[in-house]
Write a protein that binds this ligand. Structure first.
Ligand code: MG
Length: 252
């Protein structure tokens, strides 16, 4: 069921979203060769709690699997849901950091991919194209448009640039739950799907692979990797649909 949010609810969600963006600002400073993803996780968790919020991913449950950390830290061929560990970042890595917050009854969700030191041209292009695809999707998040308009816009940018969109993971509605309806596919046909209405809040999140779109899962039940081992990038914003266009909530 799709739940539309009131203006008041969107203002509460803006606070949860702002904390997500603050964590990304912090991460931009801290992502350097030699730091471990567990250290990044602890910095993120401290910040979230210092703002009176809770890290939404920590303890998140899918079936019998419980996510142990406050951020997802996904390096290179890891698409999403990488578990922070004692692995040190190395020059040339790219790392997607996905952050979820819970504040005053509502969730915020956002992801950014960062470069560690100097990265190669392919990874640079991958990051640029993924961000451009997210922005193209957000531009279509307009009152009266269709959900498929967002999906098609994302897919077009990615495929025009010779990359592929992950098919088996999607964006989502967000609000009093982290994952609400509708599912937001990163591929699809413009002019199809439900009509977007004022008050709908979506986490739009293209996951883009350099090679094939196929993914596989590691035995830990979370870590999602590209099947061909080539790099993947991920950007995400929580976006409210308003009468005045898309309103990005995960900004400082
Ligand atoms: Mg999400």
């Amino acid at each position: 069921m799709v739940e539309l949010k009131s203006d008041r609810e969107i203002e509460i969600m803006r606070e949860a979203g702002k904390i997500v963006a603050e964590v990304h600002q912090l991460m931009a400073e801290k992502v350097v060769a030699g730091i471990t993803t567990a250290e990044l996780d602890s910095i993120a968790e401290d910040h979230i709690r210092s703002r009176g919020a809770e890290p939404a991913f920590k303890g998140y449950r899918v079936g019998g699997n419980v996510f142990p950390s406050s951020i997802c830290a996904s390096i290179d061929e890891v698409v999403v849901h990488g578990i922070p560990s004692n692995r040190e970042l190395r020059d040339g890595d790219i790392i997607s950091i996905d952050v979820g917050t819970f504040k005053d009854g509502y969730y915020g969700d956002g992801a950014k991919t960062f470069a560690v030191g100097e990265i190669n041209e392919t990874k640079k292009k991958l990051m640029d194209v993924t961000l451009e695809a997210l922005n193209a999707g957000i531009e279509k998040a307009q009152n009266g448009n269709r959900l498929g308009d967002i999906s098609a816009a994302i897919q077009a940018v990615v495929e025009e640039n010779g990359f592929s969109v992950v098919r088996d993971m999607v964006g989502h509605g967000i609000g009093r739950k982290m994952h609400e309806d509708p599912q937001v596919y990163n591929f699809g046909v413009a002019g199809t799907g439900p009509v977007l209405k004022k008050g709908l809040v979506l986490a739009i999140e293209p996951m883009v692979n350099v090679g094939d779109y196929k993914i596989s899962f590691k035995p830990d039940g979370w870590t999602t990797v590209t099947s061909d081992g080539l790099p993947s990038a991920h950007f995400e914003h929580t976006v409210a649909i308003t009468e005045n266009g898309p309103d990005i909530l995960t900004v400082v």
